[in-house]
Design a protein around this ligand. Structure first.
Ligand SMILES: Cc1cc2nc3c(=O)[nH]c(=O)nc-3n(C[C@H](O)[C@H](O)[C@H](O)COP(=O)(O)O)c2cc1C
Length: 85
């Protein structure tokens, strides 16, 4: 897998712009772990996290993250999935 840096390698840019320009930012770039994503938001480094390649590897990542972070009850499945959820 091509990689231009370590975990969250572009998060400092999102944080710097968020605070320097006082505008909402999204962080992207090697964000793969639910706790890592949660920490970025909780620490105020970005307003939202975006995942690219991790979604290709693990399309159900949001469900996995919700379980890992103890938020499974807040996860709303698509209506078509309700009978199987
Ligand atoms: C298959 C693929 C297609 C992508 N297409 C775009 C694109 O059209 N525009 C864009 O700005 N970034 C695109 N990217 C870059 C991603 O938005 C993201 O910045 C990059 O993959 C790093 O995040 P990640 O480590 O979560 O994948 C693409 C990435 C992948 C893997």
């Amino acid at each position: 897998m091509q990689n231009h840096g370590g975990a969250g390698y572009q998060v400092p840019f999102a944080e710097k712009i968020r605070h320097g320009a006082d505008m909402a930012t999204a962080a992207v770039g090697f964000i793969t772990d639910p706790k890592q994503a949660d920490d970025i938001i909780r620490c105020g480094q970005a307003d939202v996290v975006l995942l690219g390649r991790q979604f290709l590897r693990e399309p159900y990542w949001p469900a996995h993250a919700a379980r890992t972070l103890g938020q499974k009850d807040k996860l709303t499945p698509p209506a078509q999935y309700l009978r199987a959820w």
